[in-house]
Ligand binder design. Structure first.
Ligand code: BES
Ligand code: MN
Ligand code: ZN
Length: 464
């Protein structure tokens, strides 16, 4: 991984290229104060101050150039307003002329993200370092960049190299790094305690055996929280096999686990005063003679019997057992992340994770934190009236909704059956993927809802 800490450094007056931020409203005033050669080059480059525009400005000597960048509001730079600059400017050191990067420091760092595990990086693109006077903010910004890069790397990595053992490896690395305890229940040991994780994962190769990965960290006297992430390392659909076009991207079906692991990393990195319980049910939804079948009725850890209407609705099964386990320890909060339904994408598109909570206060709190940190989410309802869509004729519940309506909602209602009523629970149905690039956010795996969840946790647990 890139050394993000090397890209955001304290400003001690070292030589650096200036970056001027300008918005459309402030453009004329800024231009008026510039020498003739700058005014000429600004108009020659057709720079109008709109977001994402930039122009290179000449100085007195060859090495004395600077940059002007258009942003929405030059007074309060947003998260992504420097991201494109960090991608396109040459290697070197930069500073903001007359200001600090604020939120835009993150975009500067993560704008330099590349997924180069399987090919050489571009050698012409050396580090672009941003200097800042806001030294107190550096560490937290670097940790956000690292957590975001971690999600991207994990999601971008193909299933062959990001199977259940690899997810376990990531959890064990975090455990070592932060002094957390990691416990793994694997393979046939899942059969009695975690029947649904076992059923979903049992057709996979031995080497990819399903597992429940648990990490426990922090002072037991602190309030307990649980973070859960769907770790389906590849979703073929099972016997209800997906068409090839739908299967193509299913290496990303462990995106929820990547978010959960990255959120745990942020919580531990910031030393949040909580007792953290991370749970990742990891499995490959594979096809084989021992695969679970449509019509099978599974036992679950909760004791609810589950009829399989569709083996492709596997995420809610592994999550059901993991949420049950989380609830047994009576945490005050459970957050789960999952690439759970195509329906959430139909409803909200790829940019907005669907947020479900069992209380309005939590929904409002997360939505506010999300807006403030520029990591939007959108609430959908746990609409009780749709519970009948996941009724079964022969078991307590069916894993697939009937009729094809409200797929994201019926999936969330299914999960709710496994969450204790008195726990504050939020479920993020996230895409974990960007189909087209935006500044700082290349096409491919991405963290969506991660910073929102972390900001909300900080607001709740970091009381001064
Ligand atoms: N992993 C998929 C959901 C998914 C598909 C997320 C595409 C993002 C993009 C999940 O396991 C799944 O297959 N869900 C089914 C549920 C249905 C069978 C009830 C879906 O959404 O079609
Ligand atoms: Mn599926
Ligand atoms: Zn899936």
């Amino acid at each position: 991984m890139i050394d993000y800490a090397a890209l955001l450094r304290p400003d001690s007056g070292q030589p650096a290229t200036n970056i001027h931020l300008v918005d459309v409203a402030g453009l004329d005033g800024w231009i008026a104060g510039q020498p003739e050669r700058v005014r000429t080059t600004v108009s020659a480059q057709r720079f109008t101050g709109k977001p994402a525009e930039y122009a290179i400005l000449p100085g007195d000597g060859a090495s004395d150039w600077s940059v002007v960048a258009g942003v929405r509001n030059a007074e309060a730079p947003g998260c992504w307003c420097l991201a494109r600059l960090a991608e396109v400017l040459p290697e070197g050191s930069y500073r903001m002329a007359g200001g600090t990067p604020g939120a835009s420091g993150l975009g500067w760092l993560i704008g330099q993200y590349r997924f180069d595990r399987y090919r050489k990086g571009d050698e012409n693109q050396g580090p672009r370092v941003l200097l800042t006077n806001d030294v107190a903010r550096i560490d937290a910004t670097v940790r956000l960049a690292e957590a975001t890069a971690m999600v991207r790397d994990m999601v971008n990595t193909p299933a062959a190299d990001m199977g259940p053992p690899d997810l376990e490896g990531v959890a064990r690395d975090l455990g070592r790094r932060f002094g957390a305890q990691v416990t793994v229940t694997r393979g046939d040991d899942l059969a009695t305690g975690y029947p649904m994780i076992h059923a979903v994962g049992r057709a996979a190769d031995r080497h990819f055996a399903p597992r429940l990965i648990e990490l426990l960290w922090g002072d037991p006297a602190h309030p307990r929280i649980a973070i859960v992430g769907k770790g389906i390392c590849f979703d073929s659909g099972g016997l209800d096999i997906k068409p090839s076009s739908a299967m193509r991207l299913m290496k990303k079906d462990m995106g929820g686990a990547a978010h959960a692991l990255a959120l745990a990393r942020l919580v531990m990195g910031a030393n949040l005063p909580v007792r953290l319980h991370l749970l990742v049910p990891a499995a490959e939804n594979a096809i084989g003679a021992n695969a679970f079948r449509p019509g099978d009725i599974l036992a679950s850890r909760k004791g609810i019997s589950v009829e399989i209407g569709n083996t492709d609705a596997e995420g809610r099964l592994v999550l059901g057992d993991a949420l049950t386990r989380a609830g047994e320890e009576q945490p005050e909060v459970i957050l789960d992340f999952a690439t759970l339904t195509g329906a959430a994408r139909v409803a909200l598109g790829p940019d907005l994770p669907a947020l479900f909570t069992n209380g309005d206060r939590m929904a409002d709190g997360i939505a506010q934190a999300a807006t403030a940190i520029d990591d939007p989410v959108w609430r959908l309802p746990l609409w009780d009236g749709y519970a009948e869509m996941i009724k079964s004729d022969v078991a307590d519940i069916n894993n697939a909704g009937e009729g094809g309506f409200a797929g994201a909602i019926t999936a969330a209602l299914f999960l709710r059956r496994f969450v204790p009523d008195d726990v504050d629970w939020a479920h993020f149905d996230t895409f974990a993927w960007r189909a087209s690039a935006r500044p700082g956010r290349p096409k491919g795996g991405d963290a969506l809802g991660l910073r929102a969840a972390f900001a909300w946790l900080q607001g709740r647990y970091l009381r001064e």
